[in-house]
Write a protein that binds this ligand. Structure first.
Ligand code: MN
Length: 478
């Protein structure tokens, strides 16, 4: 393997600067640079369920996985008619991610935010390598039917790739982009996909299509969560002229390694499980959907973009990675959104402690903001700033610092005992929201702000508290 030399090494660095420059994460240094390491780590910590009975990738696998939803991650050892195991659930419980990143759960969004900030200041760029685990085996013939790609939802149009990271290069500048989108399998070497408007990948594709050219991509399955989070960092934090894959290095503790594609002029992730090399065809549209969406509904079937798979490479013993619709998607995207909302809002409002996009709000529509109110009225400004920071939001609830924003019961308690509906509910009609939310009119809808903070300190809002004890110190029979 070849590594680019770090020229900064030749300049003496003060100890405190070195401390500042140390990457915020260290996954690669702890043997968690790939899915094999992560699966083993979760198993060791008793956070993994192993399904030993053979499961069908058509509906059955997701049905089993769903029974563990929000709990342990799930590893399917045997998939009917397929040679490879399947892993899911890594993102559906923040406790699992906290175990992997070795930080408390509440620290997770800040870890991602810190990695993004550090990357913006002094990026650890990805490095090229010639040999990669993800190319240990080059499939002689492309046949997506051999892969254990699940169909999860009963009414979905086919098997879906839900968690694969797509890498492409800007057709004009060559700058790399990483993103996640859904792909439905429609043939031995054919996929249909959704390219959201406003995304960098869509921009790349439209410029290639205007020249009558396909857009070459690698579709990387089974990547490290560091790579996953890098790919979902929004364009506001990683503009179109930057390569957001660099962010992964700040979570891994080492530059991300990339390997050249065999049939496309785009790199793939060296530590991935599988790489599908493909080209998104110009001027071709074919049916895609229905698809399970973040809203908990099916996205409609329609003619959408088509990718032709030109090559498949993999590890010798790869694990197919999938995300089951639901809480997994909320964390996979929500954590990064929370981090960017927190950064933007705390720039304007002093005292913001944390932001959470709740599961009940699809990890996308409902934000809870924890605020240490230094002066009355700031909580209302925080509501406005939060809506401004993340337009898909429909509801923002602001609570005091004594409320656990990760516990929906505690948030409801604050609403029950501190919010006066005639005074503390703010409605913003006809505002731009998220068009996938079916209660909007094509994205236009009403937003609601809930001020559930206590009025200025008066005794009746002092919360009941108990002595902290260690239960292990007491002899108790249950
Ligand atoms: Mn980008």
């Amino acid at each position: 393997m070849t590594r680019r030399t770090d020229t900064a090494k030749t300049t003496p660095v003060k100890a405190e600067d070195r401390e500042k420059r140390a990457p915020v994460g260290d996954l690669a240094l702890r043997g968690l640079g790939d899915l094999q390491g992560i699966v083993a780590h979760l198993a060791e910590r008793r956070r993994l369920a192993r399904v030993k009975t053979e499961a069908d990738s058509y509906l059955e696998l997701a049905g089993i996985a769903r029974r563990f939803h929000g709990g342990k991650a799930v590893y399917f050892e045997k998939v009917k008619g397929r040679a490879f195991p399947v892993f899911t659930g890594l993102y559906w419980n923040r406790g699992l991610l906290a175990e992997v990143f070795a930080v408390p759960e509440g620290r997770l969004p800040f870890l991602v935010a810190d990695a993004v900030a550090q990357w913006q200041q002094s990026p650890l760029h990805p490095v090229g390598v010639a040999d990669a685990p993800s190319q240990e085996v080059v499939e002689k013939r492309v046949d997506l039917g051999r892969l254990p790609i699940p169909q999860a939802g009963l009414e979905e149009g086919g098997p879906y790739l839900t968690s694969s990271v797509v890498i492409a290069k800007d057709p004009d500048t060559g700058v790399r982009n990483a993103s996640i989108m859904r792909f439905m399998v429609t043939g031995r070497d054919r996929l249909t996909c959704l390219m959201d408007i406003g995304r960098h990948l869509r921009d790349y594709y439209e410029r290639a299509e205007a020249r009558g050219e396909p857009l070459q991509v690698t579709i990387n399955n089974g990547v490290n969560p560091a790579v996953h989070f890098a790919a979902v960092v929004p364009g506001s934090a990683a503009p179109i002229d930057t390569d957001e894959l660099g962010i992964a290095g700040h979570l891994l503790g080492a530059p991300l390694e990339l390997v050249p594609g065999r049939t496309v002029d785009v790199e793939g992730v060296a530590s991935a499980q599988f790489i599908l090399e493909a080209e998104i065809l110009p001027h071709v549209r074919e049916p895609e959907g229905p698809a399970a969406e973040v809203t908990g509904y099916y996205a409609e079937r329609a003619d959408r973009w088509v990718a032709r798979v030109t090559g498949v490479t993999r590890r010798e013993d790869p694990i197919w990675h999938t995300i089951i619709p639901g809480q997994e998607v909320y964390n996979a995207v929500g954590l990064v959104a929370e981090a960017s909302i927190f950064r933007l809002v705390s720039r304007q409002i002093p005292g913001v402690r944390a932001v959470y996009l709740s599961y009940g709000g699809c990890g996308f529509y409902h934000a809870v903001v924890q605020l240490e109110k230094t002066s009355e009225g700031l909580q209302r400004n925080a509501i406005l700033a939060t809506f401004g920071a993340f337009p898909p939001l429909k509801q923002v609830t602001v609570v005091d610092e004594d409320v656990d924003i990760y516990d929906p019961r505690d948030v409801e308690w604050a609403i029950a005992t501190r919010l006066r509906p005639d005074r503390d509910v703010i409605l913003i009609p006809e505002a731009r929201g998220h068009e996938l939310n079916p209660v909007t009119d094509g994205g236009i809808g009403c937003k609601i702000g809930l001020d559930a903070t206590a009025p200025p300190p008066v005794p009746q809002f002092q919360r009941l508290a108990f002595k902290q004890v260690n239960v292990a110190d007491y002899e108790i029979e249950e």
